[in-house]
Design a protein around this ligand. Structure first.
Ligand SMILES: [Zn+2]
Length: 204
């Protein structure tokens, strides 16, 4: 049985946020570390582009799941069964190598007092994936945020992802994927868990 992992503060903010110029200088250093010349024509604007791209890759640090999940709709004509959004594609970066990993998240919950807009589930996946992550923590954080803020009867999260730190370096396992799951509440029941896995389409 998986235990609910309570959401802890996911990150601590840096003591001082570096300036954009400092971030760009750090990228120049990494280019030189790779063995290339940061002053050659094709690379001259790269530090600026990378610093800008980082704002997008890691936009999740500035976002708050409570705000996303604030609005609950109670008029659902008695609907009380599972709500599942499957195949939510996401991109993240592993916190050990800062290498990209990407895949699909399947997120389900059993409503208790109402439902949230379906796009909110997608936003929660985005918010946590746009940080430095491990797949395990990402899975637990999505489940924890829904569990804590939605007062559901149960949450199920399954993530299937390919990690470039495994495919491009180290063991170079091209095509291998990693599957993680987290179940809370009624999803701990075997039948509900099987229904979720069947609806998701099984571990592909
Ligand atoms: Zn890694």
């Amino acid at each position: 049985m998986d235990d609910v992992v309570k959401i802890k503060p996911f990150w601590s903010e840096p003591a001082r946020r570096p300036s954009r110029e400092e971030a760009e200088a750090a990228v120049r250093t990494l280019i030189a570390w790779a063995g290339d010349n940061p002053d050659r024509e094709g690379l001259v604007d790269t530090p600026r582009r990378v610093a800008k791209a980082y704002r997008e890759f890691f936009a999740g640090y500035g976002e708050n799941p409570s705000e996303e999940l604030g609005r609950v709709f109670t008029e659902v004509d008695g609907y009380a069964d599972m709500v599942l959004v499957r195949d939510i594609s996401f991109f993240s970066h592993c916190e050990h190598h800062m290498a990209p990993f990407s895949g699909k998240a399947h997120v389900a919950y059993f409503p208790r007092d109402g439902v949230v807009g379906l796009s909110k589930l997608v936003r929660i996946v985005e918010m946590f994936s746009r940080r430095l992550q491990t797949q395990e923590a990402l899975t637990a954080q999505i489940a924890g945020a829904l569990e804590e803020r939605l007062r559901t009867r149960g949450v199920a999260v399954m993530i299937e992802a390919e990690h470039s730190c495994m495919t491009m370096r180290g063991v170079k396992q091209h095509g291998s994927s990693t599957v993680t799951t987290q179940f809370t509440g009624v999803f701990r029941d075997h039948n509900e868990r099987m229904r979720f896995l069947t609806l998701v389409g099984g571990a592909k």
